[in-house]
Design a protein around this ligand. Structure first.
Ligand SMILES: Cc1ncc(C[n+]2csc(CCOP(=O)(O)OP(=O)(O)O)c2C)c(N)n1
Ligand SMILES: [Mg+2]
Length: 409
């Protein structure tokens, strides 16, 4: 599939750095042929302003568009600063599955949601193991998240949640979990509750291409359609699960084709362009609030760092290249990483705002400097906080008080 500029944003071509077995090659040839047939019908699903979908982002007020740019920058500089901490500060305990490169997806989706207000009115977001971008886009307190990721007692979750269990219900970020598979099922439970209560809230789940092969993907979509749930499934297709290309576990070029087969409206979107993501998200949110049921959005995107942590990264530089000792299956070709970095979500968002006359280059650069300073201050505060103790890990595990004995049956 190609994006608005005609660039291929789906599979690397066969032989481009993917050591495939002969049978695997045969399988991919078949997938490519069926993909060609599918691509004709999917053109109507593209989340561009092509007549099939409104260019909703164009109608947003200037300050909202600038906020979206700021959110993308917040995520980017949080990632870069944390990567530098991991590489350069021996005292730093935190870690992350970095989201850099994918910022426009979380930002475009969350910009279409209700993120403040009473808990029974805001929209809820579920994440999994790559949560920091989703959390920032939903509006969590960044200094507290920084403290949390370094196991500090005053962190967002008392310091014992850390990266894969961050959560802030106050802004509707229900949180991360470390498991590949279940998040869509849990999110559909919230969507079911909204429907049962007659609320117009929506539940959003972000899940990777790797989730396709989990049974939860299929049961979630089936139930969401059968029950008309206000669920938005955002599939962040960044081409890899850990170190394996998604074609190893998914027969579709566009994972959205699988959702369409469950009868769910599905769109593929250029995940590097925040306006395209917003267009698709706005359409999905409007549908869900009006009782029209679920939507599936597949965002084609790419992560700049390796799957986990900072191997291959250098302090002060964006992205990771080369050797990753954890990559037991295959390496991402460096040229592929650099090609995706040429379509950077920060640059694309900034260029749109400058083109639309909302910011000039100087103001756009000044906003980036402000964000960098805020993130620097967030790390200074977070890393000065007291560490949690091992005993803190037992807090909230067991309920306090007594339970009235009841007899069942
Ligand atoms: C049930 C389960 N199996 C395996 C893992 C190990 N694991 C962590 S992330 C990951 C791959 C996820 O890939 P994808 O869904 O594409 O998300 P991405 O990392 O690309 O954002 C795996 C297999 C896990 N966390 N949970
Ligand atoms: Mg992935």
């Amino acid at each position: 599939m190609t994006d608005s500029s005609g660039q291929d944003v789906t599979h690397p071509r066969e032989g481009e750095g993917h050591p495939l077995s002969a049978s695997r090659r045969g399988f991919l040839k078949f997938a490519a042929l069926s993909g060609a047939a599918v691509s004709v019908s999917m053109s109507a699903r593209r989340a561009m302003a092509d007549g099939a979908i409104g260019y909703h982002a164009m109608d947003l007020p200037d300050d909202k568009l600038v906020d979206m740019y700021r959110t993308i920058l917040n995520i980017r500089w949080h990632e870069r600063t944390q990567a530098d901490q991991m590489l350069g500060n021996p005292e730093y305990r935190g870690y992350n599955h970095f989201y850099a490169g994918q910022e426009a997806v979380a930002t475009g989706v969350c910009a279409a949601l209700r993120n403040s207000g009473p808990f029974d009115q805001i929209d809820l977001v579920y994440s999994s193991h790559r949560p920091s971008g989703h959390a920032i886009a939903k509006g969590v307190d960044i200094p507290k998240m920084v403290a949390e990721m370094d196991f500090r007692a005053t962190g967002m979750n008392g310091g014992y949640g850390a990266e894969m269990h961050i959560s802030d219900p106050a802004v509707g970020f229900i949180g991360a979990d470390g498991m590949i598979g279940p998040a869509p099922v849990i999110a559909s439970g919230s969507a079911f509750a909204f429907r049962a209560r007659g609320s117009d809230q929506v539940a959003v789940v972000f899940a990777g291409d790797g989730n396709y092969a989990a049974p939860h993907f299929h049961s979630t979509l089936n139930n969401a359609k059968l029950l008309d749930l206000p669920l938005i499934y955002v599939c962040e297709n960044n081409l890899y699960h850990q170190y394996a290309h998604y074609s190893y576990s998914c027969p579709h070029t566009d994972i959205a084709d699988a959702a369409a087969a469950y009868g769910i409206p599905a769109r593929t979107v250029d995940g590097q362009d925040v306006t395209q993501v917003y267009n698709a998200a706005k359409e999905a949110v409007d549908r869900a609030r009006a009782g029209g049921g679920p939507t599936f959005i597949e965002a084609k995107t790419y992560r700049y760092y390796n799957h986990w942590g900072a191997p291959g990264a250098k302090q002060g530089e964006l992205g990771a290249f080369g050797y990753d000792p954890l990559a037991i299956t295959s390496f991402r070709p460096e040229r592929e990483v650099r090609a995706w970095m040429q379509r950077d979500p920060v640059d694309i968002a900034r260029n749109i705002l400058v083109d639309w006359g909302i910011l000039d280059e100087a103001r756009a650069a000044a906003i980036e400097e402000e964000v960098k300073a805020e993130i620097k201050a967030a790390f200074e505060w977070g890393l000065s906080q007291p560490l949690c103790t091992p005993e803190d890990g037992l807090k909230h595990v067991f309920a306090e008080g007594t339970v009235v004995p009841r007899q069942f049956g």
